[in-house]
Design a protein around this ligand. Structure first.
Ligand SMILES: *[C@@H]1O[C@H](CO)[C@@H](O)[C@H](O)[C@H]1NC(C)=O
Ligand SMILES: *[C@@H]1O[C@H](CO)[C@@H](O)[C@H](O)[C@H]1NC(C)=O
Length: 227
């Protein structure tokens, strides 16, 4: 083999080494799912405030979900990877304000965080450990103030009815990408703004255009409920 051949071989070996040591995600992208607490609570099922009290009237985190472009998602990827509270002890106060639980019976939030870790977080272990999973999700939430974005466009949580398209447009204008919107129904069967989906790259740091949007179950006019 000539010197050139050897060089190419070395390059290939180096590349192979690089690839096997770099973090290689086994999913396509993340959904950062944010939730309006007013809509979560304003249903027949109702809600329970966490033990720390009524959460702020702001979008809270619901989860960070690894997804495939075909619309399917992996879940419960490693039953052996137990949720370990002590690994996120430095994040608990932020989790309580930004990732508040609303499920009943009232609790601190560890149930929700454990459930999100087991169902979704364990499927992103190829790129981040448990601490990173929660820390990165909190950082993403800090980078986009959805309530401010909507309020600036005159869309307020005042039980008023707003255009679905104008909600999407306001967010697209600010972050550059069209979000996914999910609605639920209040006891009077009004459609209300429940969850907003933003797409994030596999490293969990940058917002990206959504390779796929979740199925929309909103009417073209929807309510932004008070909280
Ligand atoms: C939980 O994490 C702590 C801190 O990293 C570690 O010392 C402990 O062994 C872990 N517990 C279990 C059950 O893995
Ligand atoms: C909520 O309960 C009311 C009264 O029982 C019922 O008419 C309505 O259909 C329910 N709404 C939903 C969304 O299930």
């Amino acid at each position: 083999m000539g010197a050139k051949g050897l060089l190419i071989l070395k390059l290939l070996m180096f590349q192979g080494l690089f690839i096997s040591h770099s973090q290689y995600a086994d999913f396509d992208f993340f959904y950062l799912v944010l939730q309006w607490p007013g809509a979560y609570c304003d249903t027949n099922r109702s809600c329970c405030y966490p033990t720390s009290g009524k959460p702020a009237a702001d979008f809270g985190i619901h989860g960070l979900w690894p997804y495939y472009v075909d619309g399917l998602y992996p879940s419960h990827c490693s039953p052996d990877s137990k949720f370990n509270q002590s690994q996120i002890s430095d994040l608990v106060s932020s989790l309580k304000t930004k990732w508040p639980t609303l499920s009943c019976p009232s609790n601190e939030g560890f149930k929700l965080w454990e459930q999100e870790w087991k169902e979704h977080g364990t499927c992103s272990e190829s790129v981040m450990n448990q601490h990173d999973y929660f820390e990165k999700t909190l950082k993403l939430r800090d980078r986009v103030n959805l309530l401010q974005i909507l309020t600036n466009s005159g869309i307020k949580p005042d039980d008023g009815f707003y255009d679905l398209q104008s909600i999407k447009d306001a967010i697209k204008q600010e972050i550059g990408f069209t979000p996914g919107i999910e609605c639920n129904k209040d006891p009077e069967l009004n459609n209300q703004l429940h969850r907003i989906y933003l797409c994030v790259d596999t490293s969990g740091t940058e917002f990206i255009g959504c390779p796929a949007l979740p199925k929309e179950r909103c009417s073209s006019i929807l309510q932004f409920s008070k909280f």
